[in-house]
Design a protein around this ligand. Sequence first.
Ligand code: XLS
Ligand code: NI
Ligand code: NI
Length: 435
Amino acid sequence: MADYFPEVTKIIFEGRDSKNPLAFKWYNPTQSVLGKSMEEHLRFAVAYWHTLKNQGGDPFGEGTMDRAWNGFSDPMDRARATCDAAFEFVSKLGVSYYCFHDRDLAPEGASFSESCDNLEQMVTHAADLQKQTGIKLLWGTANLFSNPRYAHGAGTNPDFHVFAYAAAQVKHAMSATRELGGENYVFWGGREGYETLLNTRLKQEQDQMAAFFSMCVDYAKEIGFTGQFLIEPKPKEPTKHQYDFDSATILNFLQTYDLIDHFKLNIEANHATLAGHTFEHELTVAAAAGKLGSMDVNRGDPLLGWDTDQFPTDLYSAVYAMLEVLSAGGLGSGGMNFDAKVRRASFEPIDLFYAHIGGMDAFARGLVIAANIIEDGFLEDFKEQRYQSWADGGAAVLAGQSSLDTCEEYIKTHGEPVVPSGRQEYLENILNTFI
Ligand code: XLS
Ligand code: NI
Ligand code: NI
């Protein structure tokens, strides 16, 4: 095992009274909640790109991060050191999963085939470390947005040549994910969108994207990749308008192109808020369609209009999210990936531990609170009562056995409806008693 974090041994659960900043106060992996362990409920994953690769640069200044594993001039030496640091970090944190883009794991080479070789070498390296540590791959994905060739998009590129490049790259990223036993494969279309309609054929680009996905479905079958395909909605950034805007948009796209059976959604908190939704809204829309696959847990800043990717420490948001996850019956093969980065001024390696510990504790606590709320049943009871008339008079309508005529008959017999209060404040007050 590498030794990039000498000041940390292993993060353990010490309970809420502990003053140790390098211990969990709430996340106790073996604690049972509604009949399942916390570890099974939460399925945390570390995001390779932010935690290992992010240098802390912003448009106004260069990187600030103190990362010893970057101190190698040869790109493949650096990639191996980074991978070693990743597995040391994830092991010490006590998390079972990690996630990567192909280009996080291995650098792009001078040619396509050199890039593929690099990736293949790093897959072997990571497979070894997975074996040694028991750490698993939650999902893999391809970076189809950083290289300048993708300036006009990947699957939605106006040039078929670039489209083919992206497809070939995904082929290898998917194979790498399969070789490493990845439980899911994610598509996030960073540049699948447009800046101006003056140069864009929207319908053509959407047709291309559908063709791209459908080739991916075929390839997964061909290589026997049985992991879940996930699409991650985001409305904007880097492009002005992205085709995978939000859950509802993606569900419609998948229906339109007859791809719905092959995909679920990976919902990211900060992307939800960029789309003008709450995290729980996006989770609920996905779950309502039976398509809640996984989550990128982070948070935005309400004062900033971009993907700040902060660590999720907002307890309310965690409670609302866990209510949805529990109601949906869990995340299946999905998990909770910390698609989050430490702030530019939090540049010490130890800050990576504080950040993840805080996020894990917030969701562990959110899970316990959500479970208490569900066990108490006050929300469900309230909703049951609120929709009661649909079990009575409305049942025939839902069964498709009514008409506008029968509704008119109903009104003639029953007259003016009695409208009850929504009781929002009352419910919020009860919710607070659980927090
Ligand atoms: C960027 C996305 C990205 C995906 C993976 O905003 O969140 O990190 O999760 O490509
Ligand atoms: Ni993400
Ligand atoms: Ni994001």
